[in-house]
Design a protein. Structure first.
Length: 260
């Protein structure tokens, strides 16, 4: 590919590689010295196989590092990096504090909040939602556009997390959803390079069921994808994406509460 939109002419390749290298470095460091001990980071997947959660914080930090290094104004870079970190941190809190909590879906956590209990799901809902809205306000001047961008960022984070049920699904979704933005070039392409690079770095381990993204990685990668969408589309495109993501969240919430 050549010209102004070639992947090697505007920093996309460097950002993709940087995200991948940073993700692998953090993943290796966590494997060597897992905070709180290795047992804290082990889970059993749907097939009864042991997996680790190292890929979650690794992809979150790798993506944030690449986003922070992307071209753009300091305000935009800082907002994007903090949004990814906030999404990852809220997800990590849920991964480490709510492993045995059977409650799923917005209604369950909001019901608990109404009774005075702040669940990890509530922390994610308001934490990631707030981070998305803050990112929207930093990236778009008009209030309507800022709101739509915030919904897209938070909704994208939630969507990728909904898919993290089987090996390779969430990572594959990040690669598929990030590809159009990555190939499209411009600010959106550079924004998409970060989550795509981080996803590539853990793809083999995730597909082989040696590790999983967990909420930390899924939310961080999804938020970064949302940032790419926010950089790519105008108001009509943002509104269409926001509507689709809200619908996906509602459907996922209903399915999550259904027996079986």
């Amino acid at each position: 590919m050549s010209g102004a939109h070639g992947p090697f002419t505007d920093g996309r390749a460097a950002l993709l590689a940087g995200a991948a290298v940073a993700t692998r470095a953090v993943h290796a460091a966590l494997r060597r010295r897992p905070p709180g001990g290795a047992a804290r980071w082990r889970r059993t997947n749907h097939a009864g196989r042991p997996v680790t959660l190292y890929a979650g914080p690794a992809t979150a930090l790798g993506t944030a590092c690449a986003v922070a290094a992307a071209p753009g104004t300091p305000r935009a870079r800082t907002a994007a990096a903090l949004t990814v970190l906030a999404a990852g941190a809220c997800g990590a809190y849920d991964d480490l504090r709510a492993a045995d909590d059977p409650r799923r879906g917005f209604r369950a956590h909001l019901t608990a909040l109404a009774h005075g209990e702040v669940t990890s799901g509530t922390v994610k809902l308001f934490g990631i939602g707030g981070a998305g809205l803050a990112a929207g306000a930093a990236l778009r001047r008009r209030p309507v556009d800022a709101l739509l961008a915030g919904v897209v960022v938070a909704g994208s984070a939630h969507l990728v997390n909904l898919l993290d049920l089987r090996p390779g699904r969430a990572v594959g979704a990040v690669l598929a959803l990030g590809a159009p933005g990555l190939l499209g070039g411009g600010a959106a392409g550079r924004a998409a390079a970060a989550p795509v690079g981080a996803a590539v770095a853990v793809l083999a381990d995730d597909v082989a069921a040696r590790t999983m993204l967990g909420d930390a990685g899924a939310h961080a990668l999804g938020a970064a994808l949302g940032l790419s969408v926010a950089a790519r589309y105008g108001r009509a495109g943002l509104a269409a994406h926001a509507a689709a993501l809200v619908a996906a969240a509602v459907i996922g919430d209903i399915r999550g509460r259904s027996p079986g």
